[in-house]
Ligand binder design. Sequence first.
Ligand SMILES: Nc1ncnc2c1ncn2[C@@H]1O[C@H](COP(=O)(O)OP(=O)(O)OP(=O)(O)O)[C@@H](O)[C@H]1O
Ligand SMILES: Nc1nc2c(ncn2[C@@H]2O[C@H](COP(=O)(O)O)[C@@H](O)[C@H]2O)c(=O)[nH]1
Length: 403
Amino acid sequence: MGEAPAFIVDGLQNQIEFENGCGSKFKGCKTTTTIGDKSYVIGGNDESTLPVEVRIFDKATGNWVTPIVLGSKPNLCKGLSAISLNDDRILIVKKGSAPDDCILFLEVDTWFVREQKKIRGTEVVAWSKGVRGDAEKPVVISGPSGVGKGTLISMLMKEFPSMFGFSVSHTTRAPRGMEKDGVHYHFTERSIMEKEIKDGKFVEYASVHGNLYGTSIEAVEVVTDAGKRCILDIDVQGARSVKASSLEAILIFICPPSMKELETRLRSRRTETEDQILKRLQNAEVEMEQGKSSGIFDHILYNDNLDGCYESLKKLLGIDGAAAATQISAPQGIDLPADHSVSKMDNKIIINYGTPELEKASKRLIVLDVSSLKGGAPGRTRGLDVYATDSFSDDLNGINQPS
Ligand SMILES: Nc1ncnc2c1ncn2[C@@H]1O[C@H](COP(=O)(O)OP(=O)(O)OP(=O)(O)O)[C@@H](O)[C@H]1O
Ligand SMILES: Nc1nc2c(ncn2[C@@H]2O[C@H](COP(=O)(O)O)[C@@H](O)[C@H]2O)c(=O)[nH]1
């Protein structure tokens, strides 16, 4: 028989200050989690259409702080349970929420959050939704304009529509003839995009060939939530930012067989003016140098023969030959009941929804194994493992058997 886990959640750490401070602000559900000198009060008023708010009480200064909150804020629900994980994030269980919307992480001191605190010079927290299983790493495809990135990505999406999803970037450039807003790009005004960048809505952004381009956090979340592997078509500067982020992507640089051939492809596409073609070719020289020697990229592929390059790409992604038939299954939602308590034991979060009457009933515990979390804000927290079990017996080893 193992040691029973300590129950330390559901606002048990509330202190008198909270009632005088922010307690009165949150009339609905709220929970408090203390990490070091800071107490994170997460909650809101009784209005399910409103987002959950976060306030921080800093014991060292005795002050309340309203942090900048990044990522998609969850809406309110019937109640919240919270528990600190590794002191850098808080796992939140929303009571009575839709299966795909009940496990969330509020990152308070992860790498991403620390970087954002440095940039913004203020307190920052970031939401990230938990997804079950281990959706494959996102794929960044980069390379000079006209090398064939879009062509290769289209081939991949056509052959494996349920496996890959395209991250639809924002751009301030004008749409080309056949391009559709929301499909090829989110076409936007510079002032709007600059404001959204300032508001922390982008994973990365860069000025490319005279226009702003960027990947929004939402663009990545949409693909991950559909259970698909996210593909990003971005320039070298963007790839560098992604490499430094917590997105844990595979970075691939596509090279043309020669600069002459690159020019031929750009011209034959007939989508740019002469000035724009010259600018893109000039930028291509720098991009080629950085792509090949900067150490940003995990793989370099030469797009000489299109079919040959496509086969190499598939091989790299582990979907060549026989494996091609295997589709990555969508991360499933985690079905949790409304009434529960949450506790922690080593790397396992135990959600107990048994009642005295149901004491003997089977499957009254749900266990989240958080030992292999991947990703996180911006984006999604992957790698959650979920089991059901019926008691604390078996030293919790029994939990290792999927139900
Ligand atoms: N291996 C290849 N051989 C010959 N033509 C190719 C090859 N690969 C792509 N192309 C052609 O080159 C042109 C440019 O390709 P594509 O639009 O995919 O480039 P891109 O890298 O996505 O460019 P951009 O960064 O400007 O969006 C297209 O007309 C495409 O059909
Ligand atoms: N850093 C980013 N670069 C991006 C993004 N979306 C596209 N791009 C790159 O811009 C150039 C030009 O694209 P085009 O569609 O105008 O030909 C190309 O290299 C793309 O890879 C983005 O979100 N971020």
